[in-house]
Design a protein around this ligand. Structure first.
Ligand SMILES: Cc1cc2nc3c(=O)[nH]c(=O)nc-3n(C[C@H](O)[C@H](O)[C@H](O)COP(=O)(O)OP(=O)(O)OC[C@H]3O[C@@H](n4cnc5c(N)ncnc54)[C@H](O)[C@@H]3O)c2cc1C
Ligand code: FES
Length: 286
């Protein structure tokens, strides 16, 4: 049995067979931490090559957000790897300020130190024969999916990125995807182009035209249902990166457990250890 349809390695049958995580705790120096737009910040850390070479698209780090005058975030906060560049010695995150942890992160300035634990979790897989990849991302999901463009370029595969946001001002990473050779299709709520029926039309045209060999998405229930449906209809494998509130991030506390459909049964899996990337057909809509 395969862990999922994109993986060529034997599957982990259940929680107990997942090998223990190899994660590193490091204090990294902040290079910059700047606003991308009204909602998102880009945090750039100075990171050693050995750590960056372990990173894969879809994995995350557990960040020890600093205590500030306003906030004393207790647990670490999970954050997807937005970019990892061994040649520049940079590890990047793209985050939205939603509460005390991310508010504290936004106070970090160049020269400050951040304690990180990772890389953690199961990454995306790109099948050997998948020449044309399609990712569909919305909002902060772009942070999780952006490194796929890096890996697609490194492997010489073609990537199309459908980037969705509430309005054009919140569309992020378009130039980043383009600079990595991806075809970018922006859609927004404000322009009435981001609804599932329009996305379905766009994706059907891509499948009928140049073709799509693998599908990737993250986080949104709407996108999950759409990509699941299209994947099933055209027998295209796909993966989804899921988010769940986490405590340990290492598989011990079980606070991130969600239900999945695997081999005709409902199974409970830890998003931090068996995920955060799952076979799209295994994920249950919520
Ligand atoms: C694997 C993984 C990768 C992630 N990657 C990113 C990323 O790249 N960029 C980014 O901005 N965010 C990302 N998140 C979400 C991020 O971890 C939360 O926004 C953050 O922990 C919120 O912490 P806080 O203290 O600022 O807010 P809190 O005060 O803890 O929460 C604020 C609000 O966010 C919700 N929330 C908290 N944690 C999560 C979570 N894990 N998932 C969904 N909602 C949550 C809470 O229910 C609450 O409504 C990721 C989450 C996971 C599990
Ligand atoms: S966060 Fe503790 S098991 Fe996943």
């Amino acid at each position: 049995m395969m862990r999922n349809s994109l993986t060529s390695e034997p599957a982990n049958e259940n929680v107990g067979t997942v090998p223990p995580p190899v994660a590193y705790e490091r204090n990294l120096s902040v290079k910059s931490n700047s606003a991308v737009n009204g909602e998102y910040q880009n945090l750039v850390l100075d990171a050693p090559r050995d750590l960056l070479e372990r990173c894969r698209a879809g994995q995350f780090f557990h960040l020890l957000c600093p205590a500030t005058e306003l906030d004393a975030p207790y647990l670490r906060r999970p954050m997807s790897i937005y970019g990892f560049f061994p040649e520049k010695g940079e590890l990047q995150f793209l985050y939205k300020v939603t509460g005390s942890g991310t508010r504290a992160l936004s106070t970090l300035r160049s020269g400050h130190t951040l304690n990180v634990l990772g890389p953690l979790g199961v990454p995306f897989t790109i099948p050997h024969k998948a020449e044309r990849l399609l990712l569909v991302a919305r909002g902060v999901g772009l942070a999780t999916l952006a490194p796929l463009a890096l890996e697609a370029r490194r492997l010489g595969r073609h990537l199309t990125a459908i980037c969705s946001a509430r309005n054009p001002g919140l569309l992020m990473s378009l130039e980043y995807f383009e600079s990595l050779g991806a075809d970018v299709i922006p859609v927004t709520d404000a322009e009435n182009t981001s609804d599932p029926s329009n996305l379905e039309r766009i994706i059907e045209a891509l499948i009928a035209g140049p073709g799509v060999d693998a599908l990737y998405t993250c986080g949104s229930n709407r996108l999950l249902k759409l990509i699941q449906h299209l994947g099933e209809r055209h027998a295209i494998p796909g993966e989804i990166a899921l988010e769940q509130q986490m405590a340990c991030g290492l598989g011990m506390c079980h606070c991130c457990v969600r239900a999945f459909r695997r081999d005709g049964e409902i199974v409970n899996l830890r998003v931090c250890r068996e995920g955060p990337v799952f076979d799209i057909q295994e994920a249950l809509a919520w």
